[in-house]
Design a protein around this ligand. Structure first.
Ligand SMILES: CC(C)(COP(=O)(O)OP(=O)(O)OC[C@H]1O[C@@H](n2cnc3c(N)ncnc32)[C@H](O)[C@@H]1OP(=O)(O)O)[C@@H](O)C(=O)NCCC(=O)NCCS
Length: 155
């Protein structure tokens, strides 16, 4: 049996993640960890979290916040050593199921901010790149309270 097959047999999926595992996953892909209280707040405010685990250890996650009409997908992460083994797809499939259920009440418009180079991954789930038609660019502003200045990604 190939290593990937062995690992995939031992992956379980659930809907909870610890603050420590959340920050560990963010760090593993080079994203800043949040301070513990802010990370806890972010997780508690999430409406849906999908987590992939092996032996109690989180190896991937995705989370969603929504207001009933619009939803934002965030923190789609698979630990580097487990990437390209279908785990990101499995996590997104759970997110898609969740959003599909929500949309039964009418329509849900789901958004995400793709990291540069990851667009193709999301296109597999039906997301389209902006700008397109009447949809302009997604826009972002970062408020960095500590440094009392805001900055853009290309500065
Ligand atoms: C993006 C990410 C979540 C993908 O997870 P993954 O487990 O490696 O993805 P999968 O193995 O499930 O791949 C699913 C499909 O997407 C494709 N894919 C995966 N990563 C891709 C990439 N970077 N670019 C294009 N296609 C990609 C795979 O080839 C596969 O295609 P297939 O089903 O047609 O064979 C993972 O690379 C990651 O965590 N990256 C770092 C964090 C990050 O950038 N997250 C996205 C934030 S917007």
């Amino acid at each position: 049996m190939k290593r990937e097959e062995f690992i995939s047999m031992h992956i379980t999926y659930q809907n909870l993640i610890t603050v420590e595992d959340y920050n560990a996953l963010r760090s593993a892909v080079g994203w800043a960890a949040y301070d513990i209280e802010r990370a806890r707040f972010a997780l508690e405010r999430s409406d849906f979290i999908a987590v992939a685990q092996i032996g109690g250890q989180a190896i991937g996650m995705a989370r969603v916040i929504h207001d009933g009409v619009q939803a934002m997908i965030m923190d789609v992460i698979v630990a580097p050593e487990h990437q390209r083994q279908g785990i990101g797809r499995a996590l997104m499939a759970r997110v898609m199921d969740y959003l599909g259920e929500l949309a039964r009440g009418g329509e849900i418009k789901a958004h995400l901010m793709a990291v540069s180079g990851k667009e193709e991954f999301y296109e597999k789930f039906g997301f389209f790149k902006r700008p397109q038609g009447r949809y302009g660019c997604g826009m972002t502003k970062i408020f960095a309270v500590n440094s009392l200045r805001s900055f853009s990604a290309n500065k």
